[in-house]
Design a protein around this ligand. Structure first.
Ligand code: ADP
Ligand code: MG
Length: 363
């Protein structure tokens, strides 16, 4: 267990800056997820923590000890990669034991640790098999096992499940969380998949082009995204954004396709934006089919319906802008019809059109 402090860590490759001023302090035993689109600097950050990559600036501390110049093998960190990179000619036992052997760990200790790890991961019957005799999920377990046997203070995982099919991934996510609980070790987990981030992270770091966008809990990101990027990245289907004008009184949002009265909680946030446009963010799950009597509605034409079972994702063309609404199966909707949608104003989001910052955060 350990507290990891990352202080203003930067990584540049020549003129390219892969990571800008990364700043984070974990709790002891926390499970932190780094998420963001491909190329945003997730792996680079993890590799700097592991000591596989030098930092260009900043400090990394583990329980107060500065480690950014400590060699990887002396950092008490274990890392699991996307490619399992198991030794094909060695059996599972030897694959798991290899790192310990190289360090000169006594044989009896190796035996104990490999047996313990194999039991935790439920791969005891596989210890004598070669990697080619294992399924993808089993190989992934061996890769995890190889990291666990080191009994590290910090556990790093870089997209460890991306090679598995969807069903197996969901199962392995739960397994990794159970494993984390059992080991109580501080963990960093990298993924580009926001669903994986939301379901696994105690805290999530959202990155974009090398910059941290926001650090929060899953529901913190969902309810209070710091900016339009986070708002659009977290949540599936993605949040809808519509440009609307705040009226001169700062009480209503207005556009050609309709208007919305602002709820009290948003009034203070829009005062600096009277008579100006803002981005209005509304999640598909916060839109529903309006009742006849509803007045503040968005009206558009249904373009596509994707039934998912209990709900359907409905694509509606609202004056040229596409809005996705997730509506319950009780509402019968047909392609081509005109649909009136009502947004739940309790969950509206507003963003500045220039900075993309959440207006609620600027109060
Ligand atoms: P992610 O893991 O989020 O997909 P990476 O951390 O791998 O992103 O990469 C971040 C950025 O750094 C990318 O623009 C990538 O091209 C660049 N980069 C990564 N490694 C190197 C390297 N060894 N040399 C030059 N640029 C690199
Ligand atoms: Mg990567």
């Amino acid at each position: 267990m350990a507290i990891v402090s990352v202080e203003h860590v930067t990584k540049s490759y020549g003129k390219t800056i892969a990571v800008h001023e990364f700043d984070l302090e974990t709790q002891d035993g926390e499970f932190v997820v780094l998420v963001g689109p491909s190329g945003c600097g997730k792996s680079t950050t993890l590799r700097m923590l592991a000591g596989l990559e030098d930092v260009s600036g900043g400090r990394i501390l583990i329980d107060g000890r500065e480690v950014q110049n400590v060699p990887s093998k002396d950092r008490d960190i274990a890392m699991v990669f996307q490619s399992y990179a198991l030794y094909p000619h060695m059996d599972v036992f030897s694959n798991m034991a290899f790192g310990l052997k190289m360090r000169g760990t006594p044989k009896s200790e190796i035996l104990r640790r490999v047996r313990d790890a194999a039991s935790i991961l439920d791969i005891e019957p596989l210890l004598e098999r070669k990697p080619r005799e294992l399924s993808g999920g089993q190989r992934q377990r061996v890769a995890l096992g190889r990291a666990i046997v080191r009994e590290p203070q910090v556990f790093l995982m870089d997209e460890p499940l991306s090679n598995l099919d969807a069903q197996l991934r969901a199962g392995m996510r739960a397994e990794i969380l159970k494993l984390h609980q059992r080991l109580g070790v501080t963990a960093f987990y990298v993924t580009h998949d926001q669903v994986e981030a939301m379901t696994m992270g105690q805290r999530i770091v959202v990155m974009r082009e090398g910059w941290i966008q926001q650090i929060s809990t899953p529901l913190g990101l969902y309810d209070r995204p710091a900016n339009r990027f986070v708002a659009g990245f977290i949540g599936n289907p993605a949040m809808n954004f519509l440009k609307m004008r705040v009226d001169a009184d700062g009480k209503r949002l207005q556009a050609a396709f309709g208007g919305i009265g602002l709820p009290d909680r948003l009034l203070a946030a829009v005062q600096s934006h009277r008579d100006r446009e803002v981005w209005v963010g509304v999640r598909p799950e916060d839109l529903s089919v309006a009742a006849q009597a509803d007045t503040d509605v968005l009206t558009g034409t249904v373009e596509l319906i994707e039934p998912l079972g209990s709900v359907s994702d409905v694509r509606v063309n609202v004056e040229g802008a596409v809005v996705v609404a997730q509506i319950s199966r009780e509402s019968v909707v047909r392609v081509g019809e005109t649909l009136r949608l009502r947004g739940d104003t309790a969950h509206l989001h507003l963003f500045d059109t220039e900075s993309d910052v959440n207006l609620l955060d600027r109060q």
